[in-house]
Design a protein around this ligand. Structure first.
Ligand code: AMP
Length: 261
């Protein structure tokens, strides 16, 4: 198989196995792997979340070297935002869910990803399906702006408990982590009920109740089309159940395709 020239993995650092899986996948498919680490201020709608965001550069560089990364791009805020004032506005796929609960977040994501694509040049870019709506926003942005970038979406990497790996997990206590694994169990039981034909609306109500019983503050639990991010009332094989909820003040998101077994 012929390899693509440049594989690009944008990250905000505090790297874990989820990020490193994107890097290893890119290394098997591309001649040169570029990884950016940039904690993008414009996608944080909550300044305390930006301040609390973990930064572990030395460990990140060691992990990248061992995972097949050839070039690390570490721009400063001045380099990313000091040249011109134009910004990208995310499209209609950003309207609901994360877009509703984190106003401005996806405009920040669309802007920084467009800038990073401009800096790196034509490439195949690797994104994690853990951030399902982000994948939809980036796809829509790259298509709308006719950018010479191919997208590769990589399945979510999980802890043995099922908890989706996230840089934010380090902010959970041991007890919080074990409760957080209940988010995956709720997703799994929701998709299983949908698979056997239980009505989607009541499955989602039951799922929200079980998350609340575990101590989660639920922002949304919904079934959507993964490209348009519009809610769906009846499942088809592409539908995904998506969730966002806080535990111990840490906001977690996750999703599963209804075809998951
Ligand atoms: P972040 O550093 O959180 O901006 O994430 C950088 C990239 O890693 C994004 O494309 C994420 O979707 C992806 N990512 C984060 N966590 C995971 C995970 N658990 N499994 C797969 N990809 C992930």
């Amino acid at each position: 198989m012929e390899k693509d020239d440049v594989g690009f993995v944008p990250t905000m650092g505090a790297l874990h196995e989820g990020h490193l899986t994107l890097v290893r996948t890119a290394a098997t498919e591309c001649e040169t792997v570029v990884v950016s680490i940039f904690v993008n201020p414009t996608q944080f709608n909550d300044p305390s979340d930006l301040d609390a965001y973990p930064r572990t550069l030395d460990a990140d560089l060691g992990a990248l070297k061992a995972s097949g990364c050839n070039v690390v791009f570490l721009p400063s805020v001045e380099e990313m935002y000091g040249h011109g004032s134009a910004r990208v506005m995310a499209g209609s796929v950003a309207a609901r869910w994360e877009g509703e609960h984190r106003p401005g977040h996806f405009d920040g994501v669309a802007t920084v990803v467009a800038k990073l694509f401009g800096a790196v040049g034509p490439c195949t870019a690797y994104f994690g399906l853990k951030d399902l709506q982000q994948c939809a926003v980036v796809r829509d942005m790259a298509t709308s702006l006719l950018l010479p970038v191919g997208l590769r979406l990589v399945p979510t990497v999980r802890e043995p408990s099922g908890l989706a790996m996230s840089s934010r997990n380090v902010r959970l206590s041991e007890d919080g982590r074990s409760k957080a694994a209940g988010m995956f169990r709720t997703l799994l039981s929701s998709v299983r009920k949908i698979q056997i034909g239980e009505p989607v609306g009541s499955v989602l109500v039951q799922g929200s109740e079980s998350l609340r019983a575990l101590g989660f503050e639920v922002e949304y639990l919904a079934m959507v089309d993964p490209v348009t991010m519009e809610p769906r009332e009846t499942a088809d094989p592409t539908s995904h159940v998506i969730v966002a909820a806080k535990i111990e003040g840490v906001r977690l998101i996750d999703n599963l395709p209804v075809s998951a077994s």
